[in-house]
Design a protein. Sequence first.
Length: 275
Amino acid sequence: MADFLAPKSNTHATISSRFQRVQAEGRLALMPFLMAGDPDLETTAEVLLSLEQSGADMIELGIPYSDPLADGPVIQAAASRALASGTTPARVLQMLIDLRGKLSIPVILFTYTNPLFNRGMERFCDEAAEAGVAGLVVPDLPLEEAERLSPLASDRGLDLVLLVAPTTPAERMARIAESSRGFTYLVSVTGVTGERSVMEDRVQSLVQQLKLSGSNPVAVGFGISGPQQVRQVRSWGADGAIVGSALVKRMAAAAPGLVAQEAGLFCKELRNAAG
């Protein structure tokens, strides 16, 4: 285990400070998701910088895993490509260390409980903090385990972001909103990640319910496929929009050498819709 308990100094903004800035500017936080190592980590580094330059407020960075329960086919395929290129959690964190001084927006790691437990919660948090990571999203981590991990993460300057689904009971939703750090992640659909042509109107009431349950910003993810859905999420009063499958799909279709450029173009389209 690393021999430090406090987070290393880094130039990345915190999730909370970024939301404060976005809210002061009266707009929606744009939060793209991509899979680290798809098609390789060199390209991932280029895409991260391109997304920041193109208006992303925060980035959710997936660590590839062989059994991604919450991911739809587009993200699963990206994880498979990343694993085939030799991507590991250690290499992802080293890439982020190499980007110090170049990338300044918050990076939120998206991982699963198995890799987290295999590495050890404390060790993983130590290493993530050293790499300048701002937060963690662990979609298959139950609330009870999250309440164990959250203080370990917080001690190292990391926010453990918790997820709420449309099927989450109201009482449990309130507990999750209270326990989440940085923001509360509202899953807009029942099922796995993926593009949707229409978002369910009940998400609007869930956004308002979460805002009444706690003081955290609310970011909506799963199913946002383009500018139209981003505008819709903004009209519902959400604080952030997370766009994953649509971006990953666009990157996969880009010509070799143009992946970062294509990601940046799509990010600008989304930025215009977010305000």
